[in-house]
Design a protein around this ligand. Structure first.
Ligand code: CMC
Length: 427
């Protein structure tokens, strides 16, 4: 393979180095393009632009492969638990017993927030969307933890990481408790990370907390499946904000806002709302398929299509199987699951979807499981954020350790040329 790529423009030739990844992806390093040729690249939505080199997550959209630090998502979802995956993503290796124990204990030590935070939460109306509240509370944490992280110190970095991993589930659970008018609570140090999260979300003041193990296992798996997905919209946001040397919590708060959108993490809420609509409309899936294909109609089949996966989304495969298992274990029959399966079958046989390589994505079946676990619809994207937290942290840490420059894309200006200023009276 040649080591450079040649670009010819206006009769001149320019050579640019080739960068090859460990999975043989090839990139043209165009850092010197503007300096040498006076050109920039134009790629709205960054559909074809690599923003960084990263050693965290590999995905092959054509083959439907997803790996964290080299481990297949199928193995991790089946054999690891969420905190092991968190450690793996952030520090690069699966923890041994002692490392995991220390990590777990250090997170537990941080699983409380300043009492003053309750006043901030109190200021939000009950009708506020939990994602807006979560993003604001994550930002508010900065006021109570003002010292900036010294990224040259692994110890300082570690402290900031266990701090946010401890406090984030408390904030997420409190957004739900506020909505449900339940007293704000804390976890129990004898419980694991995921069970603690569940307890904080659902514990009732007048009842002894208990939960079906199947619920915790399903939740653990969903968190693992959402834990990282390389340079998606929210992760790129976290890296971009962090590249200005804004702190970890500020970068995460921006990432939560990016995740909220219905084209990204907000799709899980949009999917269940769409399926409910179809059910209430009489369950005619064909009618909605036609709407999705009609270019005059803004309706899209939510939970379908992906920027990178053009064959199948491996997470969707695991989640579909898990939806069947969990609903079976909990003895729940949800007619919406049948509507979802019907839609999937029709789409996979429909020319429009086949031609455009549109397949169910991670969000298509996840909402059905969340609902079976008793999680309210507007908390679905918060569950996604809880899962994606380690990915955001890992990517932020990698970006800071590699001393990446501030993110600052260029543009092709298409506005007015220079104009004479007209005083107000002459306009
Ligand atoms: N329903 C109907 N048509 C679709 C859909 C859909 N869900 N998705 C894409 N298309 C069509 C689109 O209209 C376009 O058609 P044409 O070539 O005729 O103009 C073609 O497929 C390519 O779509 P695109 O919007 O250019 O593709 P993109 O890579 O920019 O967008 C996407 C990817 C995920 C935003 C998009 O597929 C979509 O809006 N899906 C629904 C929302 C969703 O499920 N999002 C969750 C994504 S996975 C989890 C996550 O990232 O958080």
């Amino acid at each position: 393979m040649s080591k450079t790529a040649t670009l010819e423009f206006d009769g001149k030739k320019y050579e640019f180095p080739i960068t090859v990844g460990t999975e043989d992806e090839i990139g043209i390093d165009i850092k010197k393009l503007r300096g040498e040729a006076g050109l920039i690249t134009l790629d709205p939505g960054f559909k074809n632009t690599g923003s960084c080199e990263s050693a965290i997550t590999f995905l092959d959209g054509e083959k439907g492969i997803l790996r964290y630090r080299g481990y297949a998502i199928e193995d991790l979802a089946e054999k690891a638990d969420f905190l092991e995956v968190v450690y793996l993503l952030i520090f690069g290796e699966l923890p041994n017993k002692e490392q995991l124990e220390k990590f777990t204990n250090d997170i537990k030590e941080q699983s409380h927030v300043d009492e003053e935070m309750k006043k901030i939460l109190d200021g939000f109306p009950k009708s506020a969307h939990p994602m807006g509240v979560l993003s604001s509370l994550t930002s508010a944490l900065i006021a109570f933890n003002p010292s900036s992280v010294d990224v040259s110190s692994e110890e300082d970095m570690y402290k900031a990481i266990v701090k946010i991993l401890g406090k984030f589930p408390v904030l997420a659970a409190w957004t739900l408790r506020k909505k449900n008018s339940l007293p704000l609570n804390y976890g129990d140090e004898d419980l694991g990370y995921v069970e603690n999260l569940h307890k904080m979300m659902f514990e009732k003041p007048n009842k002894t907390y208990s939960v079906d193990k199947a619920v915790i296992n399903a939740l653990d798996k969903l968190l693992i499946l959402h834990a990282d997905h390389e340079q998606n919209c929210s992760t790129s946001t976290v890296r971009m904000v962090g590249s200005s040397h804004a702190g970890l919590f500020a970068s995460l708060s921006a990432g939560i806002s990016a995740l909220w959108g219905p084209l990204h993490g907000g799709a899980n809420q949009a999917v269940i709302e769409m399926l409910e609509n179809i059910k209430e409309d009489g369950g005619d899936t064909k009618k909605f398929m036609e709407k999705a294909k009609d270019k005059e109609d803004p309706f899209r089949l939510m939970g379908f299509g992906h920027r990178v996966y053009k064959n199948f989304d491996p997470r969707a495969k695991i989640i579909k199987k898990s939806a069947d298992e969990v609903l079976g274990q909990l003895g729940i029959e949800d007619p919406v699951l049948d509507i979802a399966k019907g839609l999937e079958k029709q789409a996979l046989e429909d020319d429009y979807f086949v031609k455009r390589k549109l397949y169910p994505n991670v969000d298509f079946y996840s909402g059905i499981i969340y609902r079976a676990l008793g999680i309210p619809v507007d908390m679905f994207t918060v569950m996604f954020a809880l899962g994606r937290l380690p990915g955001w942290i890992a990517q932020w840490r990698e970006m800071r350790l590699k001393k990446e420059p501030i993110g600052r894309p260029r543009q092709i200006y298409t506005g007015e040329n220079h104009r004479e200023f007209k005083p107000l009276g002459n306009r």
